[in-house]
Design a protein around this ligand. Structure first.
Ligand code: CP
Length: 305
């Protein structure tokens, strides 16, 4: 098949309006409580051109638990990988006949968009590199679900995000949180990783509000959520201890607050936080199973319309 696709994809969190985000969260709650999946028998093609544990195997788990099947594209032994290098567009055209939806992570922001343009099945962006088009929309939905699960609501909460505002997850998170206008959002980020002008302009035009702070101590006794989102995507790059979390720094946080992290962690989150009752990051990763199942149901239903 050729020609531009009219299939509905999830490439940016902006592909979902606020009502749809709320519906996905509600359905995630039902699925987490044991509701029968509406995606039974669906086949997902998974293409991970860059490393992933939570997103890759979380999607696998979602589909398998829903009674579906997975084509996990082996980049070493398929034409799509570096050994042969079949184009993303041709790979997309072929997989569109083999699966009901595709999940792709790529190191280039445009790679996911090129793939989706040629696909006639729904495509989910599982993280697309760095740069202005880079996002991680399913991470943002998992984050919202985790917060709502802990507090029974999102609106009205005070949330601190620590980390690089240039990272794809942040770009999706801040847009997703904007659908909850009573959220008070604080951001702690080193100058080196502060957002580009184009991102700042986008947030300003979209009316997305946040307060930049200079030190954890400014808000740690008051916020409901302390979310460390990672400082850099580059493994081995040293983390400034000023921006790292440990039990001592968090000792004065509220007893009913929660600590989140998108993981994997490096020196940005000490292991001594794991035993704190506020630590929710492993539960956050596990929440990916019902949330991704709800996303898949939503896209398959939209495809049938
Ligand atoms: N949080 C997240 O995207 O983790 P992975 O890179 O392991 O998928």
């Amino acid at each position: 098949m050729s020609g531009p696709s009219t299939t509905r994809h999830l490439l940016s969190i902006d592909d979902l309006d606020g009502d749809t985000i709320r519906a996905i969260l509600a359905r995630s709650r039902d699925l987490a409580a044991g509701a029968q999946s509406r995606a039974r028998g669906a086949i997902a093609a998974l293409l991970f051109f860059s490393p992933s544990t939570r997103t890759q195997y979380g999607f696998q788990s979602s589909v398998l638990r829903a009674g579906g099947g997975v084509i996990s594209v082996d980049l070493e032994n398929s034409r799509a990988g570096s050994n042969w290098g079949e184009s993303l567009a041709d790979t997309a055209r072929v997989l569109s006949g083999f699966a009901d939806l595709a999940v792709i992570r790529h190191s280039e922001a445009d790679g996911v968009y090129d793939f989706a343009e040629a696909c006639t099945i729904p495509v989910i962006n599982a993280g697309n590199g760095m740069g202005l088009r880079a996002e991680h929309p399913t991470q943002a939905l998992i984050d919202l679900f985790t917060i709502e699960k802990a507090f029974g609501r999102i609106d009205g909460l005070k949330i601190l995000i620590i980390g690089g505002t240039h990272l794809r997850a942040f770009r999706s998170q801040i847009r997703a949180l904007a659908h909850f206008p009573q959220v008070e959002l604080f951001v702690l980020c080193p100058d080196k990783f502060w957002m580009e002008f184009a991102d700042a302009e986008h947030y300003r035009r979209a009316g997305i509000r946040f307060t930049r702070i200079g030190h954890l101590d400014e808000v740690k006794r008051n916020v409901d959520v302390i979310y460390h989102n990672g400082i850099t995507e580059r493994r081995g790059e040293p983390v400034d201890s000023f921006y790292a979390l440990d039990r001592a720094k968090l000792s004065e946080m509220r007893a009913d607050a929660i600590v989140m992290h998108s993981l994997p962690r490096v020196e940005d989150l000490a292991h001594d936080v794991d035993g704190m009752p506020q630590a929710r990051y492993f539960e956050q990763a596990h929440n990916g199973v019902p949330v991704r199942a709800a996303i898949i149901e939503h896209l398959l239903a939209a495809q049938r319309e």
